[in-house]
Structure formats: structure tokens, C-alpha cells
Design a binder for this molecule. Sequence first.
Ligand code: TXA
Ligand code: MG
Length: 327
Amino acid sequence: MLLAAADPQAVRAAAEALAAGELLAFPTETVYGLGARADDDAAVQRIYSAKGRPAAHPLIVHAADAEQARRFAASWPAAAQALAQAFWPGPLTLILPRAPALAHAAAGGQATIGLRVPSHALAQALLQEVHRLGVPGVAAPSANRFGRVSATTAAHVLQEFGDALQVLDGGECPGGIESAIVDCSGAMPALLRPGLLSRARIEAVLGARLRDRDEASPRASGGLRSHYAPAARLRLMSTQQMRDALELLGPQASKLRLAVYSRSQLRAGRGVEQRRMPDDPAAAAHQLFAALRGFDAAGVQLIWVEQPPESADWEGVRDRLTRAAAD
Ligand code: TXA
Ligand code: MG
């Protein structure tokens, strides 16, 4: 069920649904989230059931501002303060030691908690409204079934969960891939998931290099090798590999139920679903998941994707594609 953003009552109706313990999907600047009030374990449980997500996988708690968010944290190290100040509201999630009395189910029982203050105007309006209704924060994973591609439109959310779900419709999410996740619960901040916000900008604020995820890092399902996967098999290929493979196949390509997604102009021939990937990494991120969903909807079996550039500004898109390609 769509709640149209143009309707002035929509945000209020959405906030009331959340306050009543119901599930509600809402847009953010990255992807749609599937929300429930973070202080209600039964409501949070509905997220896990709807997603088919294992109960030990922690969720991110969303709040309207840093002051609200930090109530969920047991401590607030200098790195968290600097990053929150620089990038909130915005596409950054911070992992912190959890205030032990709060959000046990949302945190998947872990001693840490993921916190995010989104900048999307509708998400902001919604979070401010629920806060007025006495809700301290909204737990929300990406609004997709476990292991699948995130949703960047309200229609994608309904495809995942069915028409009965309430979705605050904000059109297309501007960002298109999920937030960057920085673990500030240890001695040195670590990048658990690259995202729209580049590693370089985060490091510039910290004045230090980010650690990479390691054995000591808290678990993140986005860190599973196979994640963000379309139904079709996805392969990453160099430009030359793609050219060679297409040339070798010639007209046979049409029999493969093949999609080709590339920045380079390639001749794929008839019967192949072809789409150009933008040359700009932000534009590529914006359309990435919608493109993968589009290929699935076209019924292809195989998606060949031209390897994105190795440069730092492509890290988020590279990460999602690498995981989508993993078996
Ligand atoms: O952009 C985003 O972050 C979106 C929007 C809706 O805010 N949310 C999102 O949530 O991507 P989700 O659940 O699909 O991915 C969050 C990731 C998961 O991989 C989860 O395991 C990790 O964050 N995470 C959450 N809390 C954590 C914690 N306490 N420790 C380690 N990882 C955590
Ligand atoms: Mg997700």
C-alpha cells in the first residue's frame, strides 16, 4: 500500500503506523528501508520475519539527528563525534558500543549498535514525527528480502514484500547504494562497508587511514561474500574479455538469455538485453540496483558486467558488483 508523499497526511499516517508497532518502508538518500520502532522487540521481530533474515544479524537504528542517535550508544568516541559532525545527516552508518538497556532485538543481541541519521527530506520528516510520538529511533535494514538486491523505488519494495506492506513513496532514491559503515567501537575506526561516501572523505575527517574489516570486526551481512545478488548469474569481465566473448558468440548470443551492462560501447547483437553503465560513479550507483532488477524482470539467465574502474570513487559500486558476482 503506497502512501503518496504529496499527501500532507502521508508522513503523519506513516509515523503513526510505526508508533503503533507496524512495519513501514520509507525512502532514504541511499535505498529504501524497512522500518519498525527500535524500542519494540516484537515490532523488530516483524522485520526479521518479513526479510527472512537470521535473527543474529544486527539492524541499523535511524534517528532524526545526532543527539537522538547517540542515546543508543554507551560511549561516543572522538572519531564518532567528528564523523557525525561532518557527515550527518547523510549516507554514513556508525557502529558504536550499545547502551545495554536499549534495542536488544534491533542489535541482533550484539553489544554494538549501528546508527544512522539520513538526510532524505521524507526520512527526516518521518523521523522527526515519530520522535514527537515518543519513538526513540527506527530500526531499518534495506527493504529487500535477505541476500537480494536493495530497493530504490517504492514499486521495488512492493515487489519484494507484496502490496499489503505500507510504503511511504518518495520516488527514486537519489543515491542508489547503501551507506558507508564505519566501526567506531574499537581502538581504530574500520570501514566495514564502502558506500556513497568515499573512503577518502572519511579519512580526511579522521586524519587517519581506515582499517579494513578483519577477524575482530563486528559481523555485517553486507560483508557476506554473496549478497546483493540478482536472480540471474552475474559475471564481471574486463572490456577485452567481453568483446572477445561477444565476438565468439556472434548470433548465438541471442540463445543465451544474456544481458550486457557496460560503460564501453559494445556490439552485442540481437536478442541480448543491453544497457550502458554511466561513466560517472554517482550516476552508476544511482541506477545499479534498478538495472539489475530490470535484467531479472526481462528474464535473462546471465548478466555480463564490464568491470568498473579501479579508482577510489568507484569503490562502492565495485563492492556491490563483486558481491553480486560471488557464488
Ligand atoms: O543505506 C543504508 O544503510 C540502508 C538504509 C535503509 O539506511 N540500510 C541498510 O541496512 O543497508 P542493511 O541492514 O541492509 O545493512 C546494514 C548492514 C548489515 O550488513 C548489518 O549486518 C550491518 O549493517 N550492521 C548493523 N548493525 C551492526 C553492528 N552492530 N555491527 C556490525 N554490523 C552491523
Ligand atoms: Mg541490505
